[in-house]
Design a protein around this ligand. Sequence first.
Ligand code: NAD
Length: 248
Amino acid sequence: MKTGDVHDKDIEDILAASEKIVFFGGAGVSTESGIPDFRSSRGGARGLYRGYAPEELLSASMLREQPEIFFSYYRQNLLHPQARPNRAHQILASWEAQGKVLSVVTQNIDGLHQAAGSKTVWELHGSVHRNSCCSCGKSFGLKEIIQSTGVVPRCDRCGGMVRPRVVLYGEHLDQAVVEGASRAISRAEVLIVGGSSLVVHPAAGLLHQYRGDCLIIVNRDETPWDTRARRVFRGSIGDVLEGLARKG
Ligand code: NAD
């Protein structure tokens, strides 16, 4: 492992030649779009939320037992309708269009990879853009949740509670998504991991599916996988991907 900078000939050559790159990302991919990552947003449990950890506020039991508190926190902290894709999202989408990136596996729920144009995106933790009624199953988009009058969104067909199809604490990941993401990672020649502390499980454990010898990590802080990486870029994901895209 070597902590390299963007002018890294070996990595540039590999990336230029590869048509089997998979990107695995986390909250750090969206910080340059103005969405705080998990670590920065942990301090937010004040006022109404005093005494609750974010893990409790965003849990299945909070949604079931105290939906007003759940949705109030969710709306304030997880919905960022003004956020737009940043350089990292755009570069990954253009690499997919060029036939270099096979897919993106993300822990994010913000939908910004698709907004940038990425087509094959495995959303391990679901998406704020998908919502459905707990009673009748009717589907709703993000706009309808934001525009709903009460704190707890209600179905216009049956009056049931509408919940986001995001994976809450205490819930399992969707098995089909996990299998798709695992398959993608296992087929990757190059695996670029960016903007993730790699401490949230089971998502981070999917890295064990990688069989190649070119793991690249781009993260501002250290991760438990750094020692296994061929290169670690300790910088901004936008800067690093832009540098690599320019050279490729
Ligand atoms: P994390 O907050 O645990 O780690 C983010 C990592 O990204 C940190 O190590 C940080 O150093 C790094 N980072 C931040 N900005 C960066 C940048 N511009 N360039 C390079 N590195 C940067 O995030 P995680 O590992 O994804 O786990 C947190 C959990 O919280 C996930 O399950 C995720 O679903 C959820 N979450 C999602 C969003 C979102 O959808 N945008 C936002 C917050 C949290």
